[in-house]
Design a protein around this ligand. Structure first.
Ligand code: ADP
Length: 166
């Protein structure tokens, strides 16, 4: 049974992430979305537990998707599963260099595990968690970028007042 491991920061999960998860769940027996606790991206808006909870909420209709968190090396985590493949999304060439490097590092650590890439849907190529965090500070309507549960969590986290400032 092939298990797709989709790791990331997901701070917060966006419709772009959800699109990758859906497409992945359609072609793999099982998908594990893993919030990595050791991201090198500095301060986070949502805690790991909050991000995992949001991911569980927005994937509740996908029975072969489960959500986890992990603080170690991805290669070690992936080895816990039968026939794992690592899945990453690619939005633009700008993602390529980083993803290329990570895939090669993971191949060194776990030569038996492939990393596969899914190309972002056109309408989500510009979308990132950092864009959502930034927009969330100034705008009310994030419906085009994140699922409703995430929008609500952002409102609570950032404070409803800030959405009305513009
Ligand atoms: P990381 O910090 O590991 O890059 P992210 O949460 O930013 O974590 O992204 C997780 C994965 O999802 C990465 O492979 C990233 O390229 C991909 N991704 C992010 N946003 C999108 C999007 N809008 N469409 C498709 N893939 C995306």
């Amino acid at each position: 049974m092939c298990t797709a491991i989709y790791p990331g920061s997901f701070d917060p999960p966006t419709l772009g992430h959800l699109d990758i998860i859906r497409r992945c769940s359609a072609i793999h027996d099982k998908v594990v979305v893993c919030v990595m606790r050791n991201g090198a991206k500095g301060g986070s808006l949502f805690s790991c537990a909050e991000r995992a909870e949001l991911l569980s909420t927005i994937t509740a209709d996908l029975p072969n998707v489960q959500v986890d968190t992990y603080g170690g090396l991805l290669a070690d985590y992936a080895r816990r599963y039968p026939d794992p493949v690592i899945v990453r999304g690619l939005r633009a060439v700008t993602d390529f260099e980083y993803e290329f490097q990570m895939a090669n590092v993971n191949r060194k650590l776990a030569p038996e595990i492939e990393t596969i890439f899914m190309i972002a849907r056109d309408k989500y190529t510009f979308l990132s968690s950092s864009v959502v965090r930034e927009l969330g500070r100034y705008r009310g309507d994030l419906g085009e970028f994140v699922p409703p549960a995430v929008e609500q969590a952002l409102r609570i986290k950032l404070g409803a007042r800030k959405f009305e400032d513009e």
